[in-house]
Design a protein around this ligand. Structure first.
Ligand SMILES: Nc1ncnc2c1ncn2[C@@H]1O[C@H](COP(=O)(O)OP(=O)(O)OP(=O)(O)O)[C@@H](O)[C@H]1O
Length: 639
């Protein structure tokens, strides 16, 4: 880009660029974004998610919670009654009956936690499945690319993945925990009130700081999770580089393993120290809270011993008094912990709700227009584009026409904006200014899925899917995924059929070294790796499978092909292109020379256009580049 790339387009009075990212995602670069939803909304949504995922399991959890709440109080009272009966020489059968009751309570106390743990696991699995489904359905609804390039959104996404799976369970667990503790609390508090109302009040008041302290701690922890988000994502990125087959060659040849490891560990140290700071703070706060609890229970014990000496309390009373003070304190601490954990989970759940309920990333028409079968052509009119307000202009007033039934060649130096133009044609972004029309219909006014159904493309950075050969072609048109005849035809077209047939399992061969086929678990030789050019032919086959589409876009389709393959592919493409509408981008100008029309893009603007002969006669950029390449083959200095 030269200096002129920062020249703004004329104002159209509608605001200019598409810097949607921070604003639309509600993120603030200085810290965590303000919660988008209130606590009640978050709580309701989390509980509804759990209820929808596993209603029966949820009911089971609730029943066990009630039982678990009653058990300690019942055990304490039965103990008191047994002790008092023993001291008072009551009938043996009565004592035995009470003892049996105590044993039964013990059995329930021993069984309930295991059953509850199983049900919690079941709830977690069901909620995880539903939350994941909803999250990725929402992500799939983002039809453009901007959100996937927004670091704030990616941080949110990471927290949303975690929160969606965990928050509903933690909330349910917290809520049921509060109910359980509240039952225990009221049982013990009642017992304590009978023995000493002052002690009951004291223990209750002593629990208030615990509740307040735990909630403050949970806020701090939730904020810490947001703050360490970028470092956690970077750490994951370095870890993937260190273990992925794609990066292994460069990492080893350049010897950058220790460098990447150093960066990964530095990020881990950053997150560790943030977590450590919160943990330390927590230790200090919780130690203070325990001290208060100990002082209260110590004072209670002294009072009880003194009361027993003076004959005011029986042995059974002392037993239940000690159990009640401990029980009330434990219940209060447990309530505080459950409230704090649910609170923290709900704070993070805000990210899940934001991602799953956020609006579309590209504006859509309220009533989408019908997209006609292409009859006339696709036109870009005064298209300006930059990736965000902070980025320079990439396209600056491009006018371009792709006539129906013809091939348009698009050439230009690196960074001229060719691939960006392709992204606009597929509507991964909207032009900042100007319009793209399909037979006169603005593509912003039609359903994106409709538009994309009419386009076939090979992108410069096409995908390698770790799937079978047939699936690698078939995903180009899911309706043909099981239609081997069509898949083979597309593969033949791309010149890869013979290679695929010769694979160990033909088209069913898994093209991967990182997964294995179920049937070949024990075989270390499972999986096949294709060469770069063979992968490129597969990408072409994928595009050819969509041969019923109106517009074919080929962005550098032959970069990885050998000379013979390139010749064959272009001959095939020429035959195939006949009567088809296509946009062909290539740095190898021999590939585009026979296109009906060639456009030279330079610094985001159309610099030259015409057919090959016209452009050669004009002796501009195209002619210079063409001659340079031709001279390279003829071993003669360029003109
Ligand atoms: N996602 C993005 N965010 C910000 N800038 C981008 C993005 N993608 C591309 N660019 C910038 O846009 C400019 C044009 O890139 P583009 O990929 O369209 O060029 P190109 O003509 O296809 O180049 P090449 O011939 O190297 O493939 C470059 O300066 C590039 O840095």
């Amino acid at each position: 880009m030269n200096g002129s790339s920062d020249v703004a387009p004329p104002d159209d009075g509608e605001g200019t660029t598409q810097a949607w990212s921070d604003r639309s995602s509600g993120a603030s670069p200085a810290g965590p974004p303000a919660a988008a939803y209130g606590t009640t909304r978050r709580l309701t949504a989390a509980l509804l998610l759990a209820a929808k995922a596993a209603p029966g399991v949820l009911a089971g959890c609730a029943a066990l919670t009630l039982t678990a709440g009653i058990v300690p109080v019942a055990a304490a009272w039965l103990t008191k009654l047994v002790l008092d009966r023993l001291v008072n020489d009551t009938e043996l059968s009565m004592v035995i009956a009470l003892g049996a009751g105590l044993a039964a309570v013990g059995i329930v106390a021993g069984t309930v936690p295991h059953l509850a743990q199983y049900l919690r696991g079941e709830l977690e699995r069901s909620v995880g499945l539903l939350a994941q489904d909803r999250l990725y359905t929402a992500v799939d609804r983002f039809v453009g690319l901007p959100r996937f390039e927004d670091p704030h959104f990616l941080d949110r996404m990471r927290l949303a993945q975690r929160a969606g799976e965990m928050a509903p369970n933690q909330t349910v667990e917290g809520l049921l925990g509060v109910v359980r503790s509240a039952i225990t609390l009221s049982g013990f508090l009642g017992s304590l009130l009978l023995l000493s109302p002052i002690m009951a009040g004291l223990v209750l008041v002593g629990g208030i700081p615990t509740l307040a302290g735990e909630i403050t701690l949970s806020r701090r922890r939730a904020r810490m999770f947001w703050d360490i988000g970028p470092a956690e994502r970077r750490e994951l990125f370095y870890a993937q580089l260190l273990s992925s087959v794609e990066a292994a060659k460069e990492v080893r040849l350049f010897g950058i393993g220790p460098f990447l490891r150093g960066r990964m560990l530095a990020d881990r140290r950053t997150t560790n120290s943030a977590k450590r700071a919160v943990d330390r703070h927590e230790v200090v706060v919780q130690a203070g809270l325990s001290l208060i609890a100990t002082v209260v229970s110590g004072a209670g014990l002294l009072w009880a011993v003194r009361a027993a000496q003076e004959g005011g309390l029986t042995v059974g009373d002392i037993a239940i008094f000690i159990a009640a003070v401990a029980g009330v304190q434990a219940a209060l601490t447990s309530i505080a912990g459950d409230v704090a954990r649910s609170h923290q989970a709900l704070l993070l759940f805000d990210h899940y709700l934001t991602v799953t309920t956020t609006g579309p990333d590209l504006p859509g028409a309220d009533v989408p227009q019908h997209l006609p079968v292409l009859r006339r052509g696709v036109e870009l009119r005064d298209v300006w584009f930059r990736y965000s307000d902070e980025h320079p202009w990439v396209l600056r007033g491009v006018d371009l026409y792709i006539p129906h039934g013809q091939a348009l060649g698009l050439v230009g130096l690196n960074g001229a904006g060719k691939s960006t133009l392709v992204k606009l044609l597929c509507r991964f972004y909207d032009p900042t200014r100007g319009s793209i029309t399909w037979d006169g219909v603005d593509i912003r006014t039609v359903d994106v899925a409709d538009l994309r159904r009419r386009i076939s493309a090979v992108f410069q950075d096409y995908m390698h899917y770790d799937m079978t050969a047939a699936e690698n072609v078939g995903v180009g048109d899911l309706e043909s995924l099981d239609d081997l005849a069509r898949i083979e035809k597309a593969a033949r077209h791309a010149g890869i059929h013979d290679t695929l047939t010769a694979l160990p399992h033909g088209y069913r061969t898994l093209l991967s070294r990182i997964f294995f086929m179920e049937s070949e678990k024990g075989n270390p030789e499972t999986g096949v790796v294709l060469s770069g050019g063979q992968w490129q032919r597969l990408a072409l086959a994928r595009a050819f499978l969509r041969d019923r589409r109106d517009l074919m876009i080929l962005d550098e389709p032959s970069a990885g092909l050998d000379a013979e393959a390139e010749y064959q592919i272009y001959s095939s493409l020429r035959k195939y292109r006949d009567g088809q509408t296509s946009l062909l981008i290539s740095h190898r100008l021999s590939a585009v020379r026979d296109a009906e029309h060639i456009v030279v893009l330079s610094d985001g603007q159309v610099a030259e256009q015409g057919d090959h002969l016209t452009l050669m006669t004009a002796r501009g950029l195209y002619a210079r580049l063409f001659n340079m390449q031709a001279a390279g083959y003829q071993n003669e200095p360029p003109e």
